[in-house]
Design a protein around this ligand. Structure first.
Ligand SMILES: NC(=O)c1ccc[n+]([C@@H]2O[C@H](COP(=O)([O-])OP(=O)(O)OC[C@H]3O[C@@H](n4cnc5c(N)ncnc54)[C@H](OP(=O)(O)O)[C@@H]3O)[C@@H](O)[C@H]2O)c1
Length: 180
């Protein structure tokens, strides 16, 4: 399978990603970057898939679920009732979610968290690239980025801004890494 998994995550200086089931910060432009990166396809007839854990799904306010313009894959070991949501599918394991990718046509697969889903994706043979937003400030968090593989090398991509970002007095920067 020519499957390539892209991970996208924003982490604080102390490598935190979440607090009390939510993002510890509010960064509108960073959220817009996340939406643009995960939604954009080269082929306008195709959609991207976003894979997330049940808690990340629940962290999205009800009125914004499912993430629009993308096919939402939710991982949970229990039976989730997702019937009311369009383009949304539940899976009992990471493997069954990846198996389902052979069902149909999509462009890219984005892993969007949280901790254990990132961890599984980073150790998967299909892991391709990590899109990491580094916040240049520490936050109190209860969920953190898993340990990253050692063989990552930073690359540049035209769609990822290189310049330092600033929003509400918080500085952050966008980075892309791939397996060396
Ligand atoms: N900063 C960022 O970029 C970012 C991105 C995403 C999330 N977050 C934050 O991270 C927090 C949520 O992350 P989290 O790590 O606590 O939870 P999570 O990974 O979103 O969800 C964990 C749940 O997902 C299910 N799950 C995970 N791996 C599975 C597998 N292999 N097979 C079947 N089910 C699986 C299980 O659900 P069941 O318990 O139902 O079995 C598990 O309890 C929130 O605070 C959120 O805001 C931050």
């Amino acid at each position: 399978m020519g499957l390539k998994l892209k991970l996208i995550v924003a982490a604080s200086e102390n490598l935190g990603i979440g607090k009390n089931g939510e993002l510890p910060w509010r960064l509108k432009k960073e959220m817009a970057y996340f939406s643009r990166m995960t939604k954009t396809t080269k082929d306008p007839t195709k959609k991207n898939i976003v894979i997330m854990g049940r808690k990340t799904w629940e962290s999205i306010p009800e009125q914004f679920r499912p993430l629009p313009g993308r096919i939402n894959f939710i991982l949970s070991r229990s039976n989730l009732d997702l019937q009311q949501y369009q383009d949304t599918f539940g899976f009992k394991s990471f493997e069954t979610a990846l198996d389902a990718l052979s069902w149909g046509s999509f462009e890219s697969v984005w892993v969007i968290g949280g901790y254990s889903v990132y961890k599984e994706a980073l150790s998967s043979p299909y892991f391709d690239k990590l899109y990491l937003t580094k916040l240049h400030t520490s936050f109190e968090c209860d969920t953190f980025l898993p340990t990253l593989p050692e063989n990552l090398k930073e690359i540049r991509e035209p769609e990822v801004p290189e310049e330092l970002q600033e929003e509400d007095g918080l500085q952050y920067s966008y980075h892309v890494y791939e397996k060396a």
